[in-house]
Design a binder for this molecule. Structure first.
Ligand SMILES: [Zn+2]
Length: 150
């Protein structure tokens, strides 16, 4: 912290003008919230940028803030969103087509499948995963999912 040599009078409403030179070197914009710090014992106070909670959730701007679905957003970000500026959708995950065989099989509940799998595992303890899958008419992936539920 250094002494700037700049002084400003406090007006009758308790206001003070922060010199433009200071605003510029601190990167403080008009309308930006500032926070006061004080040390009563030392008779010293300071002003700093206040940044938590009152800035745009997307770009951290302090200007033209509005609540949108419970989030603070600035006017520019809202305009950008409206115009799809910088919007890049995440590609939808590729859903594997179910095998032809599965389409005919009536979808059974996991519980039914687990019971059938338990029975098969008792009857054929040495069978491989793909054999269980074939007997139950489900994919091998489904069998390993079901095994985790056992
Ligand atoms: Zn913004």
């Amino acid at each position: 912290m250094k002494r700037t040599g700049m002084t400003r009078p406090l007006d009758t409403l308790g206001r003070i003008v922060i010199p433009m030179e200071i605003r510029n070197s601190m990167g403080i914009e008009i309308g930006e919230p500032l926070e006061f710090y004080m040390d009563v014992e030392q008779g010293f106070m300071g002003i700093g940028k206040y940044s938590s909670g009152v800035s745009c959730n997307l770009c951290k701007s302090f200007l033209d803030l509005t609540y949108f679905k419970g989030l603070l957003l600035c006017k520019q970000c809202i305009l950008d969103l409206k115009g799809n500026v910088g919007v890049r959708p995440i590609p939808a995950p590729i859903v594997k087509e179910p095998m032809h065989k599965e389409k005919k099989v009536k979808r059974r509940s996991s519980q039914e499948l687990i019971e059938s799998l338990k029975r098969l595992m008792r009857e054929h303890p040495t069978a491989k995963q793909n054999e269980y899958a074939e007997w139950l008419g489900v994919s091998q992936g489904r069998i390993s999912q079901l095994k985790k539920l056992l």
